[in-house]
Design a protein around this ligand. Structure first.
Ligand SMILES: [Fe+2]
Ligand SMILES: [Fe+2]
Length: 379
């Protein structure tokens, strides 16, 4: 770690100094180029020890390889610049060039968050937060929702399983089958850094969002299994479910966490999350198209109502239907602010009323039927 630290510290010092020089003179100044070259050398040494370099900001700390980086003036400046740019993480891959570091130095020298101007390059990716709907009245220091980019760990896997138990309680047969799928699913998450990247902001949003997503994932996988879907498509359905609400990371937490009813303006913003999510996923490499479609369509009803507004003849993907069903079920099952949790029968009644309206009738019925079999016979 101390070896790590030395090269890391040198890199940070060189890139922040390059940025300071770029701000003082210009990006084309030979000293800026020189510093970027030196910074690249340090990164190359780091890459000989690790396949990928990710910096993230948690609170005001710079995190590298899951450890806080020892702070000093350069590190502080680096963190400040990233925060000013609303960058929550930077992911660098080994093919990095001096030109790309120059672009990074250019960004760091500007220190203004202009999403559209933050140019990601082949080997540098940025995660940004709270860019679109930040409340200007709250000032620049308002604590951002920052990405927790740690890879899905053993603990998370356990959590996954715990949630699963909560979702579909009991009955070994199905549990075993679905648990195996989830384990597979989790292992694909572990090897697909792009998918992780897409998940990172969602996980950071709050615990509920993550829990909700894993619930939807498990419920979708269960539904897909009922339809006899196996193999890669099953995985894609799981991924699509995990990411269906990713657009919420663009919605202000004040709206997301508002306890009471949303006013019409807030509701309008909230209703943009499917489109924002789809746009985000469309630009994220390695994301299955199904995830883009599902993010876009999951609030469009079977009857064509809902949002975003679509032409009447708009054909919905089956995964979107499944996701709506899982979404409604999870919302009813976990609704928090009411006196008592709804029983399965109550949930079932509510959902059957929506079958053929907002929810796909056949899929809803088979879903409820399968869940009823999981419920204890005494209900
Ligand atoms: Fe949603
Ligand atoms: Fe949702």
């Amino acid at each position: 770690m101390s070896q790590h630290d030395k090269h890391l510290q040198l890199f940070i010092r060189q890139i922040t100094t390059a940025a300071a020089n770029a701000a003082l003179y210009q990006l084309e100044h030979p000293q800026v180029l020189n510093l970027c070259r030196q910074a690249l050398d340090q990164l190359k040494i780091l890459f000989s020890q690790t396949p990928e370099i990710t910096f993230k900001i948690i609170e005001n700390r710079l995190i590298f390889a899951d450890h806080p980086v020892t702070s000093n003036l350069s590190v502080e400046r680096f963190v400040e610049a990233l925060k000013a740019l609303k960058i929550s993480f930077i992911q660098i891959s080994p093919g990095l060039t001096t030109e790309e570091l120059l672009i990074l130095a250019g960004h760091l020298s500007k220190r203004t968050a202009q999403h559209q101007n933050l140019r990601k390059t082949e080997n540098i990716r940025y995660g940004q937060v709270e860019v679109r709907y930040r409340d200007p009245a709250s000032g620049p220091e308002k604590s951002s929702v920052l990405a927790d980019f740690s890879a899905i760990s053993e603990k998370d896997r356990d959590k996954f399983m715990d949630i699963y138990q909560g979702v579909s309680r009991k009955k070994q047969l199905n549990v075993l089958g679905i648990t195996e799928i989830v384990a597979d699913f989790v292992s694909t998450f572990e090897t697909h850094s792009n998918i992780l990247l897409a998940l990172a902001p969602l996980r950071s949003m709050d615990e509920y969002a993550y829990t909700h997503s894993t619930n939807i994932c498990l419920l979708n996988l269960a539904q897909a299994k009922l339809l006899g879907i196996e193999g890669p498509l099953l995985n894609e359905i799981g991924v699509a479910a995990m990411l269906h609400d990713v657009g919420k990371m663009f919605i202000s937490p004040d709206i997301l966490n508002k306890p009471g009813k949303l006013d019409p303006d807030e509701w309008k913003m909230m209703q943009q999350h499917p489109q924002l999510g789809a746009e985000y996923l469309l630009n994220a490499p390695g994301i299955p198209r199904l995830a883009v479609v599902t993010a876009y369509e999951h609030h469009i009803g079977y009857d064509g109502r809902g949002y975003p507004a679509t032409p009447r003849s708009w054909p919905l993907n089956t995964c979107s239907y499944m996701t709506s069903i899982s979404d409604v079920y999870d919302a009813l099952r976990t609704r928090r602010s009411y006196k008592e949790p709804l029983t399965f029968d109550q949930i079932s009644t509510i959902m059957l009323e929506s079958a053929g309206k907002s929810l796909h009738p056949d899929l809803t019925r088979s879903f409820l039927k399968a869940l009823a079999e999981l419920e204890s016979p005494s209900h």
